[in-house]
Ligand binder design. Structure first.
Ligand code: GCU
Length: 363
């Protein structure tokens, strides 16, 4: 419905007193020249206060082919399953997990989506393989529980026990994000994907994961964040639906200990999630939301992109044409280097979301 909500988004934002993206913590102004330092500062803030510190490697990643089908999807797609082994040469530990790749045939190097997913199956309702490969893109899927179980297990599963917690207080979101970067290490070693069209993508808790991964790893040129909401792309201050108290009580392992101190004290946070969306700049970032996803709160999600747009303006990139009002159901903002849509319906990773992401990448 149009026009029911009369306050402008900039007025809503002004009332929240958010930490500015375009000021350093010490109050200095951010310019196009010093944006890389500000981006770095933002990433350190999120590492310290929310997602925890992940291992930095260097990593050597190898893949053992465990399954291959050359005539998949009407002979148009090569399907391969690999067991990746990541060797952290700094810490002298190694960890293995499976990844499935679907790569369409054809001459040029293919765009690649790295998807972290909820189920160990392909195709999957969140991974419409044919619709992706018919647009000329490849997709590599990780099943998140293969990396670290989504359970309150004191980080005792998967990659967790390999690293001391006093040095690496990484959350499960940090672990899942790490596996996306390691998958990219391997994918690039295959020398068949287009480095200018590498995307990370995930839905909900895995949308938060995709955002944390893509904000950190600059090799991802497109970062797609589907229905991620609280502790993902939604501004936390003033948020409706899920808040820090809910998410940290139900899912304490998704964040580090520091984050729990902000339960009902959001106003004291030296950050908010709009800064993480901005940290993807100057690469592409895109938020998919759904009008009925009130737990995630699409309007607070929109605020993040609306604010991050200022960085795209500052850097002389193509900003989005975001209106200074709440988005309407069905609206899509696709024309810039940053994008957003609010589709009909509820919390889900739909075909419609995928079509928007493929369109945004101009595939
Ligand atoms: C829960 C959680 C959300 C999360 C969602 C999901 O609803 O509260 O933060 O995004 O699960 O991952 O599906």
């Amino acid at each position: 419905m149009k026009g029911l909500y009369i306050m402008t988004i900039s007025e809503e934002i002004r009332r929240l007193n958010l930490p500015p993206i375009l000021k350093f913590a010490d109050g200095r102004d951010v310019t196009a020249e010093n944006w890389p330092q500000r981006r770095d500062e933002i990433l350190r803030i999120f590492e310290e206060h929310e997602y925890g510190c992940s291992p930095r490697g260097p990593f050597e990643v190898t893949g053992e082919l465990t399954y291959k089908r050359e005539d998949d999807y009407a002979n148009k797609v090569l399907t391969e399953k690999y067991r990746l082994t990541v060797n952290d040469t700094a810490e002298n530990v190694s960890f293995s997990f499976p990844v499935v790749f679907h790569t369409p045939y054809g001459g040029r190097k293919k765009p690649l989506f790295i998807l972290i997913n909820f189920r160990d199956q392909t195709p999957d309702e969140y991974m419409p393989v044919e619709e992706i490969t018919d647009r000329g893109a490849a997709v590599a899927m990780i099943y998140y529980n293969d990396v670290a179980e989504d359970a309150n297990d004191d980080f005792k599963s998967g990659v967790g026990p390999l690293y001391p917690r006093d040095k690496y207080d990484w959350s499960k979101i940090g672990m899942w994000a790490w596996s996306m970067s390691r998958t990219l290490d391997f994918a690039l070693s295959l020398d068949r994907y287009n480095e200018r069209k590498i995307a990370c993508v995930g839905h909900s808790r895995l949308g938060k994961t995709s955002l944390w991964c893509g904000a950190q790893d600059e090799r991802f040129k497109y970062v797609f964040v589907n229905d991620s909401g609280c502790s993902g792309d939604a501004v936390t201050r003033g948020k409706t639906g899920e808040r820090i108290v809910h998410i940290t009580n139900a899912f304490p392992v998704w964040s580090n200990d520091k984050y729990k101190e902000y339960r009902d004290r959001e106003d004291e946070m030296p950050f908010d999630q709009h800064m993480l969306v901005a940290a993807v700049a100057p690469r592409h970032v895109y938020g998919g939301t759904a009008v009925l996803d009130t737990w995630a709160d699409p309007y607070s999600q929109y605020m993040s992109y609306y604010l991050a747009n200022d960085v795209y303006k500052l850097l002389g990139m193509k900003p989005a044409d975001f209106p200074d009002r709440r988005p309407d159901t069905g609206e899509r903002f696709m024309g810039g280097d940053i994008g957003f849509h609010m589709r009909h319906g509820a919390h889900f990773f739909s075909r419609e979301d995928w079509q928007c992401y493929l369109n945004f990448m101009e595939l």
